[in-house]
Design a binder for this molecule. Structure first.
Ligand code: C5P
Length: 254
């Protein structure tokens, strides 16, 4: 790992140059941050589980025709992905009011929304990822109107598919954040799903009890963070029997 060229060091992932041109190795770390980096910690084994969950969800989405950057998982913590030009937007879909949305509109967490609501945030840590509209996105050139049409259409399909998939495992998909990139291939440019989909980037509640099975357990010091991530993997049917091999034991360090 150390001999490869590091391209980008993110909060939860590191990107390395891939084995072939146009490929990248995405390494999943155990590091966790929240509230724009103000809260930092480690969730032991998170990287291993998120690698598996993201592989599973991206593969399933690929099967229904959603183009993604995912190529294949390489090992416990790494996956091979296509190099894309990341569009600097966080696309958030909300099915139920929670988090910043519940706060912004004075709604009780758990309030069912009349329909799924899509929001865009400009990816910029210094500015604290401000919410933006399609006007800002096209005026500042972060995405063209055509790019945005593709992003909206793909995001709606992703929400419908993931909502049903999680429902089948007894989990309610409250909200999630995804990112897209431009894939340059054979003189063509395509918008593809990028980054990751995991309990770091989704709110997932147990269908029956509303127990939180996602990063809110870390954000809000609810405890049993690793167990929640493992439970999601287990319900998706992808947890390795004896647990991830390089997980020594559940501990949350802050
Ligand atoms: O905090 P907020 O309610 O706006 O988050 C909405 C959804 O987007 C949540 O599922 C959260 O995990 C995800 N999110 C994310 N990365 C961010 C901000 C939000 O994955 N930087």
């Amino acid at each position: 790992m150390s001999r490869r060229r590091r391209i980008y060091e993110g909060k939860a992932k590191t990107l390395f140059e891939g084995p072939e041109p146009g490929t990248i190795v995405q390494y999943f770390k155990d590091d966790a941050t929240a509230f724009n980096n103000q809260k930092k910690g480690t969730i032991t084994g998170k990287g291993v589980i998120n690698n598996r969950i993201s592989e599973f969800l991206m593969t399933k989405l690929g099967e229904i025709g959603v183009p993604t950057h995912f190529i294949r998982r390489l090992n416990m913590r790494e996956q091979l992905i296509r190099q894309v030009e990341i569009i600097p937007l966080e696309v958030v879909v909300r099915n139920v009011a929670a988090g910043s949305f519940a706060k912004r509109f004075g709604l009780e967490e758990g309030t069912q929304l009349p329909r799924s609501i899509m929001e865009f945030f400009y990816k910029n840590d210094t500015l604290g990822d401000p919410m933006v509209t399609e006007e800002h996105i096209t005026a500042f050139g972060w995405a063209s109107p055509q790019d945005l049409d593709d992003i909206v259409a793909l995001t709606l399909r992703i929400n419908d598919f993931l909502f049903g998939l999680f429902l089948g495992c007894g989990i309610k998909l409250i909200d999630f954040k995804i990112e897209f990139g431009r894939l340059y291939e054979d003189d063509m440019v395509r918008i593809v799903l990028a980054d990751e989909i995991s309990p770091d980037s989704c709110r997932l509640w147990d269908l029956r009890t509303n127990e939180k099975l996602d990063k809110d357990r870390f954000r809000r010091d609810l405890g049993k963070v690793e167990e929640a991530y493992q439970e999601v993997a287990r319900r998706l049917g992808i947890l390795i029997d004896q647990g991830p091999g390089d997980v020594r034991g559940p501990t949350t360090l802050q």
